[in-house]
Design a protein around this ligand. Structure first.
Ligand code: E4P
Length: 238
């Protein structure tokens, strides 16, 4: 099956996943976030990032600021930017109190720092990014489609509106983030996203893309039979 025309990034932070992702033919970059970094047991962010970048010297890698203040984010953004030429600095579109980070995004983008404006859930937030990003500076804007879908809201119209808002920025690329199923890759491409970022397990599932449905049906029946036989479940007396 032909894959749609969209770059696939792997959303992970632990070294084992990064190594496995590098062995997959679809991996075009990496995104991390503070939760993934915490789960990976990282203590020293700089030392960790340097090891990641030794493994991934040229594909784009996004590292997020950890501070919750504007000054702290700015300081950290400059440190993260210095880690490597393939690094995108993730700045949340708002701080934990809900204040727009547009001012900081504008300042860093004007300096040419590649940014990944993250945690975008609404077209209004995409507009904050679009108004702040410099037209000549590389940037990603990450719309958390899966978390939108998690609360019963269709992410597609939101993603499409964000795409239209970002159209006027030639160097801004739209990321479908927070991916929940393999089919999101096709949805993201249809919605006009440039990139989708997905967990390793989901990207690895692309091996089965386009598998014959009758074959899948037989696989399902076989697995049910095998599982029940292994467990030794009987109908007992009826
Ligand atoms: C994107 O950059 C984020 O790290 C990620 O996609 C969030 O995904 P989640 O909602 O599965 O945590």
């Amino acid at each position: 099956m032909t894959l749609p025309d969209i770059a696939i990034f792997v959303d992970c932070a632990d070294f084992s996943s990064i190594r496995k992702a590098l062995a997959l033919p679809w991996t075009g970059g990496f995104t991390t976030n503070p939760s993934l970094v915490s789960q990976a047991g990282v203590a020293d962010y700089t030392a960790y990032a340097r090891k990641v970048l030794a493994l991934v010297p040229s594909l784009p890698v996004s590292f997020e600021v950890l501070s919750n203040t504007v000054d702290g984010m700015e300081r950290e953004a400059r440190v993260i930017h210095a880690w490597g030429g393939n690094v995108y600095v993730k700045i949340p579109v708002i701080d934990p109190a809900g204040n727009s980070m547009g001012g900081l995004i504008k300042k860093l983008s004007r300096e040419g720092i590649p940014l990944n404006v993250t945690c975008v859930f609404t077209p209004e937030q995409a507009k904050i990014a679009a108004d702040a990003l410099d037209a000549t500076s590389p940037a990603y804007v990450s719309v958390f489609a899966g978390r939108i879908a998690d609360v019963g809201i269709d992410p597609l119209p939101i993603v499409e509106e964000c795409r239209d808002i970002l159209k006027r920025l030639p160097k801004a690329e739209l990321i479908w983030a927070s991916t929940r199923e393999v089919y999101n890759i096709w949805q993201a491409a249809d919605a006009g996203c440039d990139i989708i970022t997905a967990p390793l397990a989901m990207v690895a599932k692309l091996r089965d893309a386009g598998k014959d449905l009758t074959e899948l049906s037989r696989d399902a029946v076989n697995v049910f039979m095998k599982d029940i036989a292994q467990a030794g479940v009987t109908f007992g007396s009826y």
